[in-house]
Design a protein around this ligand. Structure first.
Ligand SMILES: C[S@@+](CC[C@H](N)C(=O)[O-])C[C@H]1O[C@@H](n2cnc3c(N)ncnc32)[C@H](O)[C@@H]1O
Length: 213
């Protein structure tokens, strides 16, 4: 685990302000999927369901969800989601339920609470003005034993407007620190081709574990 003092522990409030008014609309996200502007996408997927878990996902783009089932060679059924706009796409194997709806319409009434949550590309994609609402939602979805893995990134926000948005350690503490014990599990150099194209000269991928106090 890397724990240099260059990006942790410094006063990052001025940096955070650079992106605070940036808004990416749901239509813009749908457009990214339509135009295949999805450098964040991992075509191989992650082997969660293969490890025996019941997996639930939430995503606004229906084509993204359908592509997932096609890529994974899984058949699925569709049904409405009671009480909110959108639909549920469920693998016929029954262990993967993908909700096509806005995350901000999603509640624990729909699925109950979770014993594990993996936030990959979610908090860093949420508009900075919606982070408080998002963190309250995540907290409301955590059952008392829940382990939440949270992936964030650190870079110079004067060089890239996001997404992914810059989410410093202080922001993770502000959003989750009152309710959760927060452990930084790793901080790795993620300066690959994509962040370099954005003009960045450093890009840290940071992984936290959150557990309710
Ligand atoms: C950075 S991508 C990460 C996707 C996925 N979690 C992954 O790791 O590859 C952010 C995703 O959030 C979706 N999204 C944006 N706004 C949303 C919303 N309000 N509700 C649900 N999904 C949304 C986008 O369509 C996009 O696929």
């Amino acid at each position: 685990m890397e724990s240099s003092s260059d990006t942790f522990g410094k006063d990052d409030s001025a940096d955070a302000k650079l992106q605070e008014s940036r808004v990416v609309t749901e239509e813009e996200w749908l457009q990214k999927w339509e135009t295949n502007n999805i450098g964040f996408h991992n075509e191989q997927g992650h082997p969660l369901a293969d490890m025996g878990h019941q997996v639930v996902g939430v995503e606004i783009s229906e084509s993204a969800l359908k592509d997932f089932f096609t890529e994974q060679k899984l058949s699925f059924s569709e049904e409405p989601i009671p009480g909110i706009p959108g639909k549920l796409l469920k693998s016929t194997t029954g262990n993967i339920s993908l909700y096509c709806c806005s995350i901000f319409d999603f509640t624990s009434t729909i699925t109950g609470k979770f014993d594990a949550i993996w936030d990959r590309g979610s908090l860093v994609a949420v508009n900075p003005c919606d982070r408080e609402r998002y963190s309250q939602l995540i907290l409301s979805l955590m059952d008392s034993r829940c382990h939440c893995l949270l992936a964030t990134c650190l870079y110079d926000p004067s060089k890239h407007k996001g997404p992914p948005f810059y989410v410093p350690d202080s922001e993770v503490k502000r959003l989750f620190g009152k309710s959760c014990d927060i452990t930084c599990l790793e901080k790795v150099d993620g300066l690959a081709e994509r962040p370099k194209k954005w003009g960045l000269d450093y890009f840290w991928e940071v992984l936290y574990m959150l557990v309710l106090k």
